[in-house]
Design a protein around this ligand. Structure first.
Ligand code: SF4
Length: 335
């Protein structure tokens, strides 16, 4: 980009030069079929950022998707259209960056000064544009996030990428896809979800730690509230059944208080241990000794409704954790 502050600025300058050179935005002489020998594989107007339904907005001319010119720029949403990387591109690990260095927004990763500057400019330009357009705060990005996205793109390149694309270009395309997602609230390509944890914490697609913390408390259902109230009433009436912990749990549930994941897990564990109490005399209405101590305790923890609710949450959580572990294992393998 030489003396230009950003890619956009450089492009504007190049366009101005082209206009000066050609007198207008006529298609350049190097506009040719994408099947020409000197056109790198996988490049054509159809996947160029300037192509809009048969029209090139750079040259302001109708163009064919199967043609190409030397001003081609990879469209952001092609970042996930991939082919397995050839062996020479499959680099395991990095001698500059530790495994996991692209995990957070600190951007504590080694990249060239030129790339670092380009990312800084991209972040500044993006944030300025968002502020100028009075877009919400969640559209803003941090330079550290862009560095991490770039690093992830660089690692992912070793596994698969579009033929004919260089590692740096692939990584920068991922950064562009990230900026699009940050700007619009959704990815251009629905498959692009791998960097959602690097978005602003208020972004609708943010999936990082704060989102998990926000999500990790759960509201009891009406059925649970009813059972907990019944359990408390039985305790008052009979003076038995359950423990102080069960009573505290029933108070939270009957007040409709959100319960943290840790508590939900304890509830699932309680129900699993005490399912056997259902076999004892007095658990069911009409049996001698109803309600048994086991039945009262069961009610205090939210009853059958509580069991179904806690089991479903724990199952969902376990599946999420196992997915995250798999992704981390893949990332560890890539970096
Ligand atoms: S490659 Fe891109 S810039 Fe060139 S003519 Fe096609 S759409 Fe336009």
């Amino acid at each position: 980009m030489g003396c230009h502050r950003s890619m956009a600025q450089a492009e504007r300058q190049l366009t101005a030069l082209n206009i000066a050179e050609y007198g207008n935005r006529a298609l350049p002489e190097n506009y040719r079929p994408a099947s020409s020998e000197d056109v790198p594989d996988g490049r054509n107007c159809g996947n160029c950022v300037h192509f809009i339904e048969g029209y090139c907005n750079l040259w302001q001319e109708n163009v064919q998707a199967s043609f190409y010119c030397n001003r081609w720029v990879m469209r952001e949403d092609t970042v996930t259209e991939r082919a397995p990387a050839p062996p020479e591109d499959q680099i395991e690990g990095s001698d500059k960056n530790e495994p996991g260095s692209a995990a957070g927004k600190s951007g504590d990763i080694a990249i060239s000064a030129e790339t670092a500057k380009a990312l800084e400019n991209k972040a500044d330009e993006h944030n300025e544009a968002m502020a100028k357009a009075d877009r919400p705060n969640w559209t803003r990005v941090r330079v550290g996030s862009l560095r991490a996205v770039y690093r992830r793109g660089s690692g992912a390149y070793s596994t698969s990428h579009r033929p004919g694309i260089g590692r740096a270009q692939w990584s920068m395309a991922r950064v562009n896809a990230f900026l699009y997602l940050a700007r619009t609230g959704r990815p251009k390509n629905p498959k692009y979800v791998g960097d959602n944890d690097l978005l602003n914490a208020d972004h609708p697609r943010y999936s990082g730690k704060r989102a998990q913390e926000r999500q990790e408390s759960y509201s009891p259902t009406a059925g649970m509230v009813e059972e907990a109230k019944r359990g408390l009433a039985w305790r008052r009436e009979f003076g038995r059944g359950g423990t102080e912990i069960g009573v505290a749990r029933a108070r939270d549930i009957s007040n409709g208080r959100d319960l943290p994941l840790m508590t939900v897990k304890r509830m699932a564990s309680f129900f699993a241990r005490h399912e056997v109490d259902k076999q004892a005399e007095g658990f069911r209405q009409g049996e001698d000794g109803y309600p048994s101590n086991g039945r009262i305790a069961w009610a205090l923890w939210g009853g059958d409704a509580g069991k179904a609710w806690a089991d479903a949450i724990v199952e969902r959580e376990e599946s999420r954790v196992s997915q995250v572990k798999n992704i981390l294992a893949i990332l560890r393998h890539l970096v």
